[in-house]
Design a protein around this ligand. Sequence first.
Ligand SMILES: Nc1ncnc2c1ncn2[C@@H]1O[C@H](COP(=O)(O)OP(=O)(O)OP(=O)(O)O)[C@@H](O)[C@H]1O
Ligand SMILES: [Mg+2]
Length: 312
Amino acid sequence: MEDPIVLENLTKDYGDNFKAVDALNLKVKRNSFIGFLGPNGAGKTTTIKMLTNLLTITSGKAYLNGVDVVSDPKSALSDIGAVVETPEFYPFLTPIETFEYLGSLRGMSKQDITKRGKEVLELVKMTDWSTVRIGKFSKGMKQRIALAQALLHEPSLIILDEPTSGLDPRGMVEVREVLLELKKRDYTVFMSSHMLNEVQEICSEVAMIDHGKLLAYDTVEALVSKVESKRLEVRLANQVSGEAMDKLRAYHGVELLNVLAPNNFQLDFKGGDEDQAGLLLFLQSQGLKIVSFKESGLALENLYMSLIKSSR
Ligand SMILES: Nc1ncnc2c1ncn2[C@@H]1O[C@H](COP(=O)(O)OP(=O)(O)OP(=O)(O)O)[C@@H](O)[C@H]1O
Ligand SMILES: [Mg+2]
């Protein structure tokens, strides 16, 4: 089977001198869950819009399941579900009515729409709201309906542009649960996001871009393992002493030490598991009563920062 997404020198020019997307090459393997990362203005939405035929391509090629998006958009997009930008629904329609409308546009039979409609509402946990007008829904609920409609025709590839953006923490958790559910099933998901914690938790692979160019594309594991230092957060039952902190600063592998509160500090540590275990013993030997000693922050965040910095 063909790779679900292939980009070949994909380029978008705005004006004479500006390339929003600059000769991007990418091959996405089936059943992967890709996080598409990059700072504001990096070209993520532009890429996604070209990929879903919402924007004309200046040069290069985009293929979905082996089909050229420009020369045969209908068939290229037939097996794709997408949510790009905040989706607008008719507020006076219920989810079921919305599915009937969208499903018929996609050539689904009435029976099929009813059956799939039920399944996707269950998947996004909106079954109880199936006959309520969408105008009454919160942003998070609308976003779950957006995901549901993208899944309605059982596509194998889902493309999402910042699915949790603009949601409150609960809304984010709810949408994230849907994404985790998708991960368990046989979908390929390509999702842009600024939420690095979310990406590290959900995605199997990460593609990072800036200035329309690819900076990194690998499994989350491989990328994270390239990050040399880890952020550790330590909480104590007693208070830190200046003397212990001075010794810690000089300890091999300790790069940055931040005392956050009298009983709480953070440090960046370079070293393997053995070294880290040794560090814990050292801290205890300094009379610190350690309540918790955990890796905080994100390896992915560190990597992101260093890649973006070097590309600017
Ligand atoms: N219609 C347009 N005309 C001119 N420039 C545009 C247009 N649309 C986007 N751009 C520019 O193209 C670049 C890429 O924009 P894009 O929206 O793809 O970034 P993004 O990675 O999605 O950013 P964000 O994280 O903020 O959503 C930006 O510099 C943007 O200003
Ligand atoms: Mg965007």
